[in-house]
Design a protein around this ligand. Structure first.
Ligand code: PLP
Length: 388
């Protein structure tokens, strides 16, 4: 079988060889603990500081506004629990997009069980939130608004800056989960007007298990992980220095090629979308056609909603890696997607979507391969559904 065509970059991205080289360089030469005062420790501290400055630069933040975490999930949890987890949060209110990743919705469910009130705002059928709907959900007790920068299922980019303007003056904090967006198009925390922003290295060709939360100066958080006081006391634990070196390197690489790479991926994505819609009559695009991440497409196939997993497995057999819905909900495979349900899809239709996502090493031939294989795979499934 031919080598795998990897079209699942929203799940994770291959490590850039330059990131691997930077991490290997550190692993082979450095062994210091950044908290140690001796020369090895100082070297490790310098490596962490450099990574912090690099990650900060990617999102227009100051280095002391970056708190390193072990994942995007942890960054989201820190933003939510750090704001609301203290005793006394009972009665507090949160406004959240109904299409958030489980890394936001699950901690909020746990907070709701402790008395925090949660209002979920739904997007329109195109997957986009209305800033006015978010503002209308505010209450005097609202302490936090959490709206993702770009959705992991549809790829739709949300109007976060407009939402920030719509909620400005209320006093509630604004958090955005930018895990899918960071490194894909220019992001600036000041232009967005957010108080907190979550990042994850493995979504832009950095290592897995390394994340960060931007916390605007003056925003106080309660730590989730307590101990030796690293990360200004907000996230104790000996730093994952090699991972952070990789995170910093990935941030520099993403930032250096951002505009050109975004244009390249938009052209590739548009070829993919046009090709699928032209070749497969029952195919439709899920989410706004233009307001989407450069390398992200999400399709439905009328009449094949129950076959999304099968579609994914058949493509896998043909050497093409894509995703049905999001990798994080793959364990609940077969159930309706909360993202599509919130967009107004009925529960049957919301069961089936095919997510095709491109990255730095994706080339024309990858898209052409999918366009060559997908029509036959879809056709092979249609007789199955017609017997229902
Ligand atoms: N938020 C979004 C929007 C995501 O897509 C993901 C991962 O898919 C996460 C958070 C979790 O990030 P991590 O995999 O670093 O825990």
């Amino acid at each position: 079988m031919a080598a795998t065509v990897y079209l699942d970059h929203a799940a994770t991205t291959p490590l850039d060889p330059r990131v691997l080289a930077a991490m290997r360089g550190w692993l082979e030469s450095g062994c210091g603990n950044p908290s140690s005062l001796h020369a090895s420790g100082r070297l490790a501290r310098a490596a962490v500081d450099e990574a912090r400055a690099r990650v900060a630069a990617l999102v227009g933040a100051e280095p002391d506004e970056i708190v390193f975490t072990a994942s995007g999930t942890e960054a989201d949890n820190l933003a939510l629990w750090g704001t609301l987890g203290e005793a006394g949060a009972a009665g507090a209110h949160v406004v959240v997009a109904a299409i958030e990743h489980p890394a936001v919705l699950e901690p909020l469910a746990a907070l709701a069980a402790r008395g925090v009130e949660v209002t979920e705002v739904r997007p329109g059928p195109d997957g986009t939130l209305e800033p006015g709907d978010v503002a209308a959900a505010l209450r005097p007790a609202t302490r936090l608004v959490s709206v993702m920068t770009a959705n992991n299922v549809t790829g739709v980019v949300q109007p976060v800056a407009a939402i920030a303007r719509a909620v400005a003056g209320h006093g509630a904090r604004l958090h955005t989960d930018a895990v899918q967006a960071a490194g894909k198009f220019p992001l600036d925390v000041r232009a967005l007007g957010v108080d907190m922003l979550s990042l994850s290295a493995h979504k832009f060709h950095g290592p897995q298990g390394v994340g960060a939360l931007f916390v605007r100066r003056g925003v106080a958080l309660t730590p989730l992980v307590r101990g030796g006081g690293q990360e200004r006391g907000l996230r104790s634990a000996t730093e994952n220095v090699a991972g952070l070196v990789g995170f910093g390197c990935a941030a520099v690489l993403a930032q250096a090629g951002l505009a050109a790479e975004a244009c390249r991926l938009v052209a590739l994505r548009d070829r993919l979308i046009d090709g699928v819609l032209a070749a497969i009559p029952c195919a439709y695009l899920i989410g706004d056609r233009w307001r989407r991440l450069p390398g992200h497409a999400c399709f439905g196939f009328a009449g094949l909603e129950g076959e999304a997993i099968k579609l994914q497995l058949l493509l896998d057999e043909a050497g093409i890696a894509v995703s049905s819905g999001s990798a994080c909900s793959a364990r609940h495979a077969g159930g309706p997607s909360h993202v599509l349900t919130a967009m107004g899809f009925d529960p049957i239709t919301a069961r089936g979507s095919l997510r095709v996502t491109l990255g730095r090493f994706s080339v024309d031939a990858d898209v052409e391969r999918l366009l060559h294989v997908l029509p036959g795979v879809v056709a092979s499934l249609r007789p199955l559904t017609s017997f229902r």
